[in-house]
Design a protein around this ligand. Structure first.
Ligand SMILES: *[C@@H]1O[C@H](CO)[C@@H](O)[C@H](O)[C@H]1NC(C)=O
Ligand SMILES: *[C@@H]1O[C@H](CO)[C@@H](O)[C@H](O)[C@H]1NC(C)=O
Ligand SMILES: *[C@@H]1O[C@H](CO)[C@@H](O)[C@H](O)[C@H]1NC(C)=O
Ligand SMILES: *[C@@H]1O[C@H](CO)[C@@H](O)[C@H](O)[C@H]1NC(C)=O
Ligand SMILES: *[C@@H]1O[C@H](CO)[C@@H](O)[C@H](O)[C@H]1NC(C)=O
Ligand SMILES: *[C@@H]1O[C@H](CO)[C@@H](O)[C@H](O)[C@H]1NC(C)=O
Length: 416
C-alpha cells in the first residue's frame, strides 16, 4: 500500500525516488532524520532540508472562508481547506523540495480558532488542519520543521500571549522594548504554561495516522521559536538555560526529534546547550557576507546550520546575481543542512483560478508567470541539494495539477 502510494506520487509528479524503487528497502517515511556531527542523515545517507516556509498550514489569515466555516474576523483567521494544503505539498515536491517550515503547525494560541484559545483549554477543531498537514506531508515524503512560539504578536499568537496569560499586561506594539518581556524566559508561571502547551501539542494523536506528533518522524525538527530575542531587536537575548530547559523537555517527550535554536541569530553562549542540534538565522535580503559570518561563528561547533528564512526575491538592487550566489555558497558548505525561503502560497483551492495573496512582498506563487524565472533558480538549487531525485534541474517547470490529484486526496489513511 505504502509503496504503491509513493510510486503513485512519483508517477503523478514525474519523479523517480531511487530509494522507493527497490522493493526491499524500508519505507523511508518511517525513518527518522538523525544528526551525526554536522551532517543530517536519512536512511544512512546525507540528507538536506530544502523547501519553503508555509506559515498558514494550521491557521491562515489571507482567505475569507466559505459561509459557515470557522472565521475570526478581528484577525481574518480561518483554517486552510484540505485542498490548499494538499496542493502546496504537490508544489514543494515538483520544486524538488524536501521540507516545510510552518509556524502555525506549532504556534497557535490566544484566539478562538487556536489550539489554545485560552490557557490550558484545548480546541480540538484546531488540530484538524494540523493533523491533515502532517499526514499529507507524510504521504508526499516531505519533512516538517515546527516552531513552538513566536517572538511577535501576530494572529497565531506568541510569547506575548503566554505573558498575558501569566498576568503581564504586555503587547508587542507597546512593550517590545520593555525589559519585562524577558519574563517569558525566566518566570516559572510562564515557562510552566508554555511547557503544558508543548505537551498538548507533542502528545496529540493524529487522527489520520494514529501517531502522536512526538512519534511521527515526518516532524523531524522542533524549533524553540521564531526569531526569538529580548527587548532589543537583534539582541539574541535568549537565556541559554531556557534553551536547554525547553530542549530537555522536548527531547523527553519526543526523543526522535532534532532540536533547533530559534534565536534570531547565532549566539555563542548557546554553544553550551548540548540539547541543540541545529543553529540558524534569517536573511532579509539574502547576504553571502552575513552567511559567511554565521558559519565562521559556528566553525568550532560540530553541528549543522540552517537558513530558516530568506527573501527569495534576493536583493532588489542586484536581483539577478544575489540569489544564485547565495545558493552556490550554501551548496558548497557541507555544514549547511538546508534552507527554507519565505514564503510559499498556492491557489485558493477549490478555486484553482485564484492565487492566495499575502501582503508582505515575499509571496511566491508557483504557476504565476511573474515568478517563473526566480522559481527556476530556486528549483535548481533544491534539486542539487536533495539527493535521490532523478529530475533534471534544467527542465521547464513541471505543471502541478490543481486541485491535487484525486487519487491522492481520496487516499485512505495510511496503516502505519
Ligand atoms: C557518524 O560519523 C562518524 C565519523 O564521522 C562515523 O564513524 C559513524 O559511523 C557515523 N555514524 C552514523 C550513524 O552514521
Ligand atoms: C495550566 O496548567 C498548568 C500545568 O498543569 C498549571 O500549572 C497552571 O496553573 C494552569 N493554568 C491555568 C491558568 O489554568
Ligand atoms: C494594559 O496596558 C495598556 C497599555 O499598554 C493599558 O491601556 C491597559 O489599561 C492595561 N490593562 C490593564 C488591565 O492593566
Ligand atoms: C526575569 O527577567 C527580568 C528582566 O530581566 C527581571 O527583571 C526579573 O527579575 C527576572 N525574574 C526572575 C525570576 O529571574
Ligand atoms: C487508528 O486506530 C483506530 C482505533 O484503533 C483504528 O480503527 C484505525 O484503523 C487506525 N487508523 C490507522 C490509520 O491506523
Ligand atoms: C546571548 O545570550 C545571552 C544569554 O544566554 C545574553 O546574555 C546575550 O546578551 C546574548 N547576546 C549575545 C550577542 O551574546
Amino acid at each position: 500500500m505504502k509503496q504503491q502510494l509513493l510510486a503513485l506520487v512519483a508517477l503523478t509528479l514525474g519523479l523517480i525516488n531511487n530509494g522507493a524503487a527497490q522493493s526491499q528497502s524500508p519505507d523511508i517515511r518511517d525513518l527518522p532524520v538523525i544528526r551525526n556531527g554536522s551532517l543530517l542523515l536519512l536512511n544512512n545517507k546525507p540528507w538536506k532540508a530544502v523547501g519553503a516556509n508555509v506559515y498558514w498550514l494550521g491557521l491562515g489569515e489571507n482567505v475569507l472562508p466559505s459561509p459557515g466555516e470557522p472565521y475570526y474576523p478581528p484577525f481574518h483567521a480561518s483554517y486552510p481547506t484540505p485542498g490548499r494544503t494538499s496542493q502546496i505539498m504537490s508544489v514543494i515536491t515538483a520544486m524538488g523540495g524536501t521540507t516545510i517550515r510552518s509556524h502555525t503547525l506549532g504556534v497557535s494560541v490566544g484566539n478562538p480558532l487556536s489550539l489554545w484559545p485560552s490557557p490550558n483549554q484545548t480546541n480540538p477543531d484546531a488540530f484538524q488542519p494540523i493533523d491533515w498537514a502532517v499526514y499529507r506531508a507524510r504521504v508526499y515524503g516531505l519533512r516538517l520543521m515546527v516552531p513552538l512560539v513566536d517572538n511577535f504578536d501576530y494572529y497565531h499568537g506568541g510569547k506575548y500571549t503566554f505573558l498575558r496569560w501569566a498576568g503581564f499586561n504586555l503587547s508587542r506594539s507597546a512593550d517590545e522594548r520593555n525589559p519585562q518581556v524577558q519574563e517569558f524566559y525566566n518566570n516559572s508561571k510562564v515557562v510552566n504554561l508554555f511547557k503544558a502547551y508543548i505537551e498538548t501539542l507533542l502528545t496529540h494523536q493524529n487522527a489520520y495516522t494514529n501517531l502522536t506528533y512526538a512519534e511521527d518522524p515526518t516532524i523531524f525538527a522542533i524549533e524553540t521559536g521564531n526569531e526569538l530575542c529580548g527587548p532589543v531587536w537583534g539582541d539574541m537575548d535568549v537565556p541559554t538555560e531556557w534553551v536547554r530547559d525547553i530542549g530537555r523537555f522536548v527531547k523527553e517527550l519526543a526523543p526522535g526529534k532534532l532540536f533547533v535554536d530559534g534565536t534570531y541569530g547565532v549566539n555563542r553562549t548557546h554553544f553550551a546547550a548540548k540539547e541543540v542540534d541545529i543553529f540558524s538565522n534569517h536573511y532579509y535580503p539574502v547576504s553571502t557576507a552575513k552567511l559567511q559570518r554565521d558559519l565562521e561563528t559556528l566553525a568550532s561547533v560540530d553541528k549543522p546550520y540552517f537558513a530558516g528564512e530568506y527573501g527569495w526575491l534576493g536583493n532588489a538592487a542586484t536581483a539577478d546575481a544575489s540569489l544564485p550566489a547565495w545558493y552556490r555558497q550554501i551548496e558548497r558548505d557541507p555544514k549547511v543542512m538546508g534552507d527554507t525561503f519565505w514564503s510559499l502560497f498556492g491557489h485558493n483551492v477549490p478555486e484553482c483560478n485564484t492565487f492566495v495573496e499575502h501582503n508582505d512582498g515575499f509571496t511566491m506563487q508557483y504557476g504565476n508567470p511573474a515568478h517563473a524565472a526566480q522559481i527556476k533558480i530556486v528549483r535548481q538549487h533544491f534539486v542539487k541539494m536533495s539527493q535521490g531525485l532523478s529530475i533534471s534541474a534544467d527542465a521547464e517547470l513541471p505543471p502541478v495539477a490543481c486541485p491535487a490529484p484525486t487519487s491522492l486526496t481520496e487516499v485512505t489513511p495510511l496503516n502505519v
